[in-house]
Ligand binder design. Structure first.
Ligand code: PSU
Ligand code: MN
Length: 306
């Protein structure tokens, strides 16, 4: 795949990523919102390191993406990531739309899936791994609360490996939006869309891929004929998934708590996830950990096959 000319300012490549680019080795982008705003400390930094290791193990090079002091970092060191996640850094949450002004102001921030793929594409990285893609929130027909991850994926030719969208979202509505936006959803060895903490949702998928090579081949052809990205959905394994009753009870309570506290906009996801973790006594966090590492590994294998 050809590399675009990356922007010439406000951009820094980590050493490992710079070497990989020179040598033409496969790269996988990793987001930082999950580290800074999604998972509690100290699991967050542990998960970040484990994802990087999983990408390497699969034969690719990890490029963890974030913004430090007004500079986009593609490939962050442990020290940089630690600083980004430190509450004292007041790191903001950066979707693609937020990048320009944050850079202009010299801020630090963690990139969402949208922010991460926007950067990845500009520097020639075409595969990304995360836990859950943002999507359409419940009640969106009233609030219009839909993650810009969806529209950004519709105009950014990056393959995103995720375990669906968080089950705190409206899964059916999210799939309908991806459908309208022309973003294909492929099940990785599965026939229903995964429900993040749960292996299966009631929503059937049109397309199933059987291997990293299969995904890579279809992605190359998709890119030849369509400008959109692709969602490759890998479910958490059945043994690791969250118990169904616990999931439904904790989810109902976390959503109700968020509504009572009146949070809106991009603060909703972190607030619901924090309550959900409390109510499941940390089980949700360990499931989240397992699935994101598995996704990093699959993304590494797809990138290596490309
Ligand atoms: N899923 C998680 N934890 C997270 C996110 C998703 O389990 O922290 C983050 C991702 O970075 C995703 C973002 O891109 O939430 C979507 O946020 P919003 O709905 O504000 O666009
Ligand atoms: Mn939102």
């Amino acid at each position: 795949m050809t590399l675009l000319d990356p922007p010439s300012t406000h951009l820094h490549f980590g050493e490992e990523v710079a070497d990989a680019r020179r040598e033409g080795r496969p790269l996988v982008a990793l987001e930082t919102t999950i580290v800074v705003h999604g998972l509690p400390s100290p699991v967050n930094l542990d998960v970040a390191a484990a994802c990087e290791a999983a990408v390497r193990e699969a034969g690719a090079v990890p490029a963890t993406i974030g913004v430090l002091d007004g500079e986009v970092r593609v490939g962050m060191t442990v020290e940089e990531l630690t600083r980004l996640a430190d509450p004292a850094s007041e790191s903001v949450k950066l979707s693609a739309r937020d990048l320009g002004v944050a850079l202009a102001r010299g801020l630090s921030g963690a990139t969402t899936v949208a922010g991460t793929i926007a950067v990845a594409h500009r520097v020639g990285i075409s595969v990304m791994a995360t836990g859950g893609l943002g999507g359409v929130h419940r009640g969106a027909s009233e609030t219009f609360d839909e993650s810009a991850d969806l529209t950004t994926l519709s105009r950014t030719p990056v393959l995103v490996v995720a375990s669906g969208v968080k089950s705190i979202l409206d899964i059916g509505a999210t799939l309908e939006r991806l459908d309208s936006l022309g973003v294909p959803v492929w099940g990785y060895r599965c026939d229903t869309f995964p429900a993040f903490y749960r292996t299966e949702s009631p929503f059937a998928l049109d397309w199933r891929v059987a291997s990293p090579t299969d995904a890579a081949r279809a992605f190359l052809l998709h890119r030849a004929w369509s400008p959109t990205g692709v969602l490759l959905a890998q479910p958490v394994s059945a043994e690791r998934q969250l118990d169904g009753d616990l999931h439904d009870a904790a989810l109902g309570a976390a959503l109700a708590a968020a509504e009572r506290s009146g949070v809106t906009g991009k603060a909703v996801t972190p607030a619901v996830l924090a309550t959900f973790a409390e109510l499941t006594a940390g089980r949700s966090v360990s499931v989240n950990r397992d699935l994101v590492i598995a996704n990093a590994s699959l993304a590494g294998a797809v990138a290596a096959s490309l």
